[in-house]
Design a binder for this molecule. Structure first.
Ligand SMILES: [Zn+2]
Ligand SMILES: [Zn+2]
Ligand SMILES: [Zn+2]
Ligand SMILES: [Zn+2]
Ligand SMILES: [Zn+2]
Ligand SMILES: [Zn+2]
Ligand SMILES: [Zn+2]
Length: 114
């Protein structure tokens, strides 16, 4: 599988760099600017959370979750990490993905931090 390399990546990821480390398909990536960054020798690979059985992209109006109040609007600076999932942006809330949808948040599966 070819690497999708992140160009000009100056930052050095490590367990104490401040970015959230997550388990992704059997390895560990760092959550950096909504992307998953994977240390691959001398360069950084860009990984994306795929749509799959663990991280579905369904609309789930039944997902009720007390992790934030009903009026919370996800967006830049809302306090949740944004994270690319398939071709959209989700927010990491209490270990799972929220996708803003109409007047609710869709549940797009769990993310396991390392
Ligand atoms: Zn880092
Ligand atoms: Zn990865
Ligand atoms: Zn990075
Ligand atoms: Zn929905
Ligand atoms: Zn939730
Ligand atoms: Zn939020
Ligand atoms: Zn999603």
């Amino acid at each position: 599988m070819a690497c999708k390399t992140h160009p000009n990546h100056e930052h050095q990821h490590n367990p104490s760099c401040g970015h959230i480390a997550v388990h992704h398909e059997g390895h560990i990536d760092y959550l950096h600017d909504s992307h998953l960054h994977h240390i691959h020798g001398e360069h950084i690979d860009e990984h994306t959370i795929a749509e799959n059985a663990n991280n579905q992209t369904a609309c789930t109006p039944e997902h009720s979750c007390s992790s934030h109040d009903q009026t919370h609007q996800h967006g830049p600076g809302c306090g949740h990490e944004s994270i690319l999932h398939d071709k959209h942006v989700d927010f990491l809330v209490a270990g799972h993905l929220h996708h803003p949808c109409q007047n609710h948040c869709d549940y797009h599966g769990n993310i396991h931090s390392a």
